[in-house]
Design a protein around this ligand. Structure first.
Ligand SMILES: C[S@@+](CC[C@H](N)C(=O)[O-])C[C@H]1O[C@@H](n2cnc3c(N)ncnc32)[C@H](O)[C@@H]1O
Length: 345
């Protein structure tokens, strides 16, 4: 199978552990086919109906992506490059993978909130946040890679975003820079095992060392994302973690680690009404039972890039003080611990 589909032995083993053999074959087959081209209507400038009509008038063959999104369109074919139409230039849409809508839908940023996108470039999710917030409040779009931020800035300008500032910090340092965000998105750097149909090099260029390096970074970033959120936010206090990888190491294991290190957060429903449940155990590892609230998306099952979404709620200090019991998830199962009473002077 390695030879037939062109995966290295490491990744083939990893994926065969994740799926049944028949599912794995479906996954490999789906990776041989490009996902549909999809665009997101920029509701700051137009409505989906008007955008669709304008593109149809140019001979574009399109349809709504599905019932789950009111802003997405699938482009079947187009006589003009979809990244060069007058509507594109005018910022009426973003060319964006359908899976990339999901973390923002889960984050559900509200008008007038303060939102952090910790690894934002090239800005598909940042600009969607701004659109949902109707250009109100503040979005801080951060990325550690200055080169990639050029595209982020260009997209912000093209789409007419006026509530966003761009900065260039290592996300791990972020709590020292700024805090108190109502909502934080961490669309983490990952191995890209969910987007093999876009980048076939992933089949051969990943090793366990790469995954270990990435998970180390993801774990540091997720704690930083949690620490940047405001537990006492009147409207939010939410953190969304997402990756375009399907490996447990980068998904459930990172979320489980965050739960064990930060007892001031709990997982809540992603609010996404499709997708497979996250794993609560995997090959002898057990994760916190609430991991079943996380969602996995697969190319073969959902006709979109492989994706993972988890949503945390940061608990208000008042609530935490009122509780005297909390659950510490560990690699070998969840234990209930008695919390030490804090001594107030
Ligand atoms: C999956 S991409 C983000 C895609 C983006 N959210 C979007 O929707 O357009 C991951 C990003 O993480 C950035 N990154 C990597 N290490 C980082 C770090 N330590 N702090 C902040 N950003 C980082 C990368 O430069 C990359 O742009």
């Amino acid at each position: 199978m390695c030879f037939y589909y062109g995966y290295n032995e490491f990744l083939m083993d990893k994926l065969l552990q994740l799926f049944t053999v028949s599912e794995a074959v479906e996954f490999f087959e789906a990776n041989e086919v490009a996902r549909p081209v999809t665009i997101r209507t920029n509701t700051l400038k137009t409505r989906r109906r008007d955008l669709a009509q304008a593109l149809i008038n140019r001979g574009v063959n399109l349809d709504p992506i599905g019932k789950w999104t009111k802003v997405g369109l699938t482009i079947f074919d187009s006589p003009v490059p979809i990244g060069a139409t007058p509507e594109y230039m005018a910022g009426h849409y973003m060319i964006q993978a359908a899976s990339s809508f999901l973390p923002v839908m889960s984050l559900a940023p509200q008008e007038n909130e303060k939102v952090l996108d910790m690894s934002a470039a090239p800005g598909g999710k940042t600009t969607y946040c701004s659109a949902l917030m109707k250009n109100t409040g503040l979005v801080v779009a951060n990325d550690a890679n200055k080169e990639r931020e050029k595209a982020l800035v260009a997209n912000i300008h093209r789409l007419g975003i006026s509530n966003t500032i761009v900065c260039n910090y290592d996300g791990r340092e972020f709590p020292k820079v700024m805090g108190g965000f109502d909502r934080v998105l961490l669309d983490a750097p990952c191995s890209g095992t969910g987007v093999i149909s876009k980048d076939a090099s992933v089949k051969v260029n990943k090793s366990q060392d790469d995954i270990n390096m990435l998970t180390h970074l993801q774990k540091e970033l997720i704690l930083s994302a949690i620490d940047s959120a405001n537990a006492d936010s009147a409207t939010g206090g939410y953190i969304v973690y997402s990756t375009c990888s399907v490996t447990i190491d980068e998904d459930e294991a990172v979320v489980n680690y965050a739960l064990s290190k930060r007892p001031n957060v709990k997982l809540v429903s992603t609010g996404l009404d499709f997708g497979a449940k996250g794993f609560t155990s995997f090959r002898g590892q057990s994760f916190h039972s609430s991991l079943n609230l996380t969602r996995r998306f697969y190319p073969h099952a959902h006709n979109m890039d492989g994706f993972f979404v988890a949503k945390f709620k940061k608990l208000s200090n008042k609530i935490q003080n009122a509780e005297n019991q909390f659950v510490v998830p560990t690699g070998s199962g969840a234990k209930t611990k008695q919390k030490k009473k804090s001594v107030s002077k």
